[in-house]
Each structure stands twice: as C-alpha cells, then as structure tokens.
Design a protein around this ligand. Structure first.
Ligand code: HEC
Length: 106
C-alpha cells in the first residue's frame, strides 16, 4: 500500500511536471488514440482497440517494443506515418495505451 501511494504520488508529480513543460501527457495520448488524423483511412486506434481490445499481451512490452508496435499499427492499420522514436506524441500515445492494458496498470 505504501508502495502504491508512493508510485501514485510520483506519477502525479511527473504528470503535472510534464504538462507544465508541454511534455508527453496522458491527455494528449488519449486524444491521439481517438484521432482519425493519425492515418489516412478514417480509422483511429480506438476503431480496433476500444477499451483495451487486443492489447492484452502488450503489458509485458518495454518502452521501446511498445513504440515499435504502436508505430507498426499507425503505418499498417491506419495507413499513416510513424512517429519519431522518443517523440512527445509517441510517448503520450504509448502512455495512454498502457493504461488500457490490464497488467501494466497495477
Ligand atoms: C485496423 C485495426 C487496427 C487499428 C486501427 C490499430 N490496431 Fe493495433 N493491432 C491490431 C491487430 C490486429 C493487432 C495484433 C493483435 C494480436 O496479435 O492479438 C494489433 C496490435 C497492437 C498492439 C500490440 C498488442 C499486443 O497485445 O501484442 C498495440 C500496442 C497496438 N496494436 C496499438 C495500436 C495503436 C496505438 C493504434 C493507433 C495508432 C492501433 N493499434 C491501431 C489492429 C489495429
């Protein structure tokens, strides 16, 4: 419980710091997840992954694997252009997707 509180506090602090500096944010990630502007075929991530659908195995991925896979879905599933690795938008999207994967949220 102490651990959880500490984690949540750190998370909240880094989240507000991030927002203050115009850095990656969950809010931006959510916006991207529902945006059809990422691709060219009228779909968004939510078209296929609403509520964490088909994201069950993603919880075990590290940040780098996550970025690669998210970019793959942007390119292959949305006919869009991949984000630069480590870019604020990609980090935001990955952070939001992580909140939808059951194991990663614990
Ligand atoms: C047209 C449908 C479609 C769209 C749109 C789509 N995906 Fe996917 N995505 C898939 C499929 C299919 C898989 C493979 C799932 C599997 O192997 O169980 C997948 C896999 C993934 C995985 C790995 C999940 C796992 O459990 O291994 C992640 C993360 C992911 N997508 C994120 C995204 C994000 C972020 C977007 C928006 C940029 C997106 N996807 C858009 C169909 C889609």
């Amino acid at each position: 419980m102490k651990m959880l509180t500490a984690t949540l506090t750190m998370w909240t602090v880094s989240l507000s710091l991030a927002m203050a500096a115009g850095q990656p944010s969950l809010e931006r990630g959510k916006e991207l997840f529902y945006s059809t502007a990422l691709g060219t075929n009228g779909k968004s991530c939510a078209s296929c992954h609403a509520g964490g659908n088909k994201l069950e195995e993603a919880a075990g991925y590290d940040q780098k694997q996550f970025e690669v896979i998210v970019n793959q879905c942007i390119v292959k599933a949305l006919n869009g252009r991949a984000f630069a690795p480590g870019s604020p938008d990609l980090s935001s999207l990955v952070a939001y997707v992580k909140t939808l994967t059951p194991v990663a949220t614990k």
